[in-house]
Design a protein around this ligand. Structure first.
Ligand code: SF4
Length: 362
């Protein structure tokens, strides 16, 4: 198949769904789709209506905006209030609530917050504003990390002195391991993220079947990709032969993108990272490597913690949703106090957030 329409063919979708129903065992099977784009397309194309009742698809922590911790947003807000600072960020970050404020509110209060579409834009921003200090909010997974790494290397090459990176970059496989250890989830397998896998390849998932005996399939994002991925997962479970399968062969290879991995290894070191709701996960983040300390906002600026307002998010269920323990429909604020134009929690902010996808499509 070559064209997108072919991956949305209803007749073929129904045929794969029939195969899924045919091999579906009695009882309940819990599969997690890690990536926010899978969640979005699963809802958008109404795939849940084609699947058997016992097959539960749980949304995982694969939305970079949703997993950025409150502390990180507070730090960004602290920096936004610095006199000479310009915060450069992807648009979704503006509306994520921190403890007391958001970057959107800070911008309304005259802080300079610029939206960029690529980290490389920050190089020009730094050159155009020599008297300012540009701080880029480096968030995302293995998918965005290579371009951020390339920007750091470019900034070094061009001897730029007024550009800094506040890293909250995260790695997906350690988070998957963390979730597999959570006995409440009873996960039978993962629909692995296609974009992340295009960078890291298939090998980093080997521990999933080996150590946890759970099924694993990398899948693309079109309806037929997702359905075929689910079928392959179910087949592993029924045959009791967990392994790493690759449905997304047109994009993902065993070794991944070696060039991108090389750049990442140059600019970053693996470190523990705090995920919103999940807490600290060992080796699940990327910090700037020692050679790039002069670009590291954490090291350069004396960031003072904002005292958190613990009451702010008490009714929001994002924390359970990100851990796979609740669905957006379980939240009393869903579609009432919380909507995409006025989000209460981070899962409603980005299009990749589970609450946002449920709001738009279900
Ligand atoms: Fe949080 Fe809003 Fe989702 Fe409820 S609907 S869990 S308040 S983001």
């Amino acid at each position: 198949m070559k064209y997108v329409d072919e991956f949305r063919n209803l007749r073929l979708a129904k045929r794969i769904a029939a195969q899924i129903r045919r091999i579906m065992p009695a009882g309940r099977i819990n599969l997690m789709e890690v990536c926010g784009t899978h969640t979005q397309n699963f809802c958008r194309f109404g795939l849940d209506k084609l699947l058997p009742k016992g097959l539960r698809l749980i949304s995982g922590p694969g939305c970079p905006v949703c997993v950025s911790p409150v502390e990180y947003i507070d730090n960004a807000i602290f920096l936004a209030r610095e006199k000479q600072a310009i915060i450069a960020t992807f648009g979704d970050m503006l509306r994520i609530p921190g403890s007391k404020s958001s970057l959107e509110q800070e911008r309304a209060n005259s802080a300079r917050v610029e939206i960029v579409y690529s980290p490389l834009e920050t190089i020009n921003l730094a050159k155009k504003n020599p008297g300012k200090r540009i701080i880029f909010l480096a968030v995302g997974f293995e998918t965005t990390a290579p371009t951020i790494a390339a920007t750091i290397l470019q900034a070094r090459k061009e001897k730029i002195k007024n550009l800094f990176f506040l890293s909250s970059l995260k790695l997906i496989p350690p988070a998957m391991e963390y979730l597999l250890k959570d006995k409440r989830l009873k996960l039978n397998g993962f629909l692995c993220p296609g974009h992340v896998s295009a960078i890291i390849g298939t090998r980093p998932y080997a521990f999933i079947p080996k150590k946890f005996k759970a099924a694993c399939c990398i899948a693309g994002f079109e309806p037929l990709d997702i359905l075929e991925g689910l079928y392959l997962l179910l087949r592993q479970i029924v045959e009791n032969k967990p392994r790493v399968e690759n449905q997304y062969r047109r994009v993902v290879t065993a070794q991944g993108n070696i060039q991108a991995q090389k750049i990442m290894r140059k600019a970053f070191v693996q470190s523990d990272s705090i995920w919103r709701s999940l807490g600290r996960i060992p080796d699940s983040g990327l910090n700037l490597a020692k050679e790039f300390t002069d670009f590291d906002a954490q090291k350069i600026f004396k960031i003072r913690r904002i005292t958190p307002n613990a009451l702010r998010l008490t009714k929001c269920k994002c924390s359970d949703i990100l851990r796979g323990l609740a669905s957006p429909l379980d939240c009393p604020l869903f579609k009432n106090a919380c909507r995409p134009e006025q989000p209460v929690g981070p899962c409603m902010v980005s299009r990749e957030g589970a609450c946002n996808a449920y709001y738009r499509y279900r």
